[in-house]
Design a protein around this ligand. Structure first.
Ligand code: 13P
Length: 337
């Protein structure tokens, strides 16, 4: 079992490949659809995701796709379960198992992620439905006097309980403690909070007997707050992110896959590329982008069957460019292609 988990974790971060995050909850995907003028129904959501997953050659640069509960149960227009469609395209299925970030009691403006009740049984069902890995996202907000130690520890504890249950049930846990880029904070403050968060997460994973070799970490990059006057350069983001991760992530972890968190698709690719030009690291340095992979595809699709191919081409381009960023061989000129 432990060997299987390690094999899967390594395959998720194989050279040249990364993960497509397509696990938006119904509420979140509905907001994105509305912005693009697309109606959100179970069938439009199925059509959109079927289009993404059926992209020709998707498996060349995408190792796994993270699905939402609704999606893992859906079938393509011609009746194929979506996890099977992905498998036939060379892509492993993953599943978001948390039920969202909720207000943390006695901690104004802070959140804790829920979803542990009944998780053992849900994991068993997801394995039956074809899932090979899972995701749980904790949200840490930077603001006046926050995050509190209480918030960091509550989220680290939940992430560790989730990860242990996943490994027991045969899924590779993607452990995602996201420090948000919303706010006016400096890149230095982002570093400080991210380092503290990751230390707490790995301490909790250790206490909960999680096998580091059978998991993947999904962190934020070390980046200036969106509203900060000084936006750090690509080089600085890459250097500070690696400096932080080298201080917190055990070398036994096979790989790190970044979230995009509100960066533009081009920024997210440039940052990943820069990190992969900075010499070998103890772990693979990869991507698990949602918006940075999907936004151009959604904009091209516009909810119309006639645009499915245009959407697929937009996703293919981002997958290929991020695949190149895995080896530091991306350049801005490739955006024009
Ligand atoms: P973004 O890349 O859009 O931040 O999404 C990644 C993700 O899965 C967040 O949980």
């Amino acid at each position: 079992m432990a060997d299987d988990l390690t094999t899967t974790a390594r395959a998720l971060v194989a050279p040249g490949k990364g993960i497509l995050a397509a696990d938006e909850s119904t509420g979140t995907i509905t907001k994105r659809f509305e912005k693009a003028g697309i109606e959100s129904t179970p069938d439009t959501r199925r059509a959109y995701r079927e289009g993404l997953f059926a992209t020709p050659g998707l498996g060349e640069h995408i190792s796994g796709a993270i699905l939402y509960d609704e999606t893992i149960r859906q079938t393509s227009a011609d009746g194929k379960p979506l996890p099977k469609l992905l498998e036939d395209n060379g892509v492993m299925s993953g599943i978001k198992v948390d039920t969202g970030a909720k207000p943390l009691a006695n901690a104004p403006d802070e959140k804790v992620t829920e979803g542990l009740d009944g998780l053992r049984e849900r994991i068993a069902e997801y394995v039956e439905l074809g899932a090979k890995f899972a995701k749980w996202r904790a949200v840490i907000t930077i603001g006046d006097g926050i995050p509190s130690r209480y918030c960091i520890d509550a989220n680290a504890h939940a992430l560790a309980r989730y990860a242990a249950l996943c490994q027991e049930g045969g899924l590779v846990p993607i452990v995602e403690p996201e420090v948000l880029m919303d706010g006016n904070h400096s890149i230095e403050r982002c570093f400080e909070v991210t380092e503290a968060t990751q230390h707490a997460v790995f301490a909790a994973l250790y206490e909960h007997r999680v096998d580091y070799a059978g998991m993947v970490l999904k962190p934020n990059m070390i980046i200036s707050g969106k509203g900060n006057q000084r936006q750090a350069s690509v080089e600085e983001v890459a250097e500070q992110t690696l400096r932080c991760l080298r201080r917190t992530v055990p070398g036994a972890v096979p790989g790190i896959v970044f979230l995009s968190g509100g960066q533009s698709p081009e920024q997210a690719t440039a940052h990943l590329n820069a990190m992969n030009t900075m010499g070998p690291q103890p772990w693979e340095v990869s991507f698990s982008y949602g918006r940075a992979l999907q936004d151009p595809a959604l904009a091209a699709w516009k909810g119309e069957a006639a645009n499915v191919q245009a959407g697929q081409e937009a996703l293919s381009l981002r997958a290929r460019l991020n695949g190149a960023a895995r080896s530091g061989s991306y350049s801005e000129e490739m955006e024009a292609a």
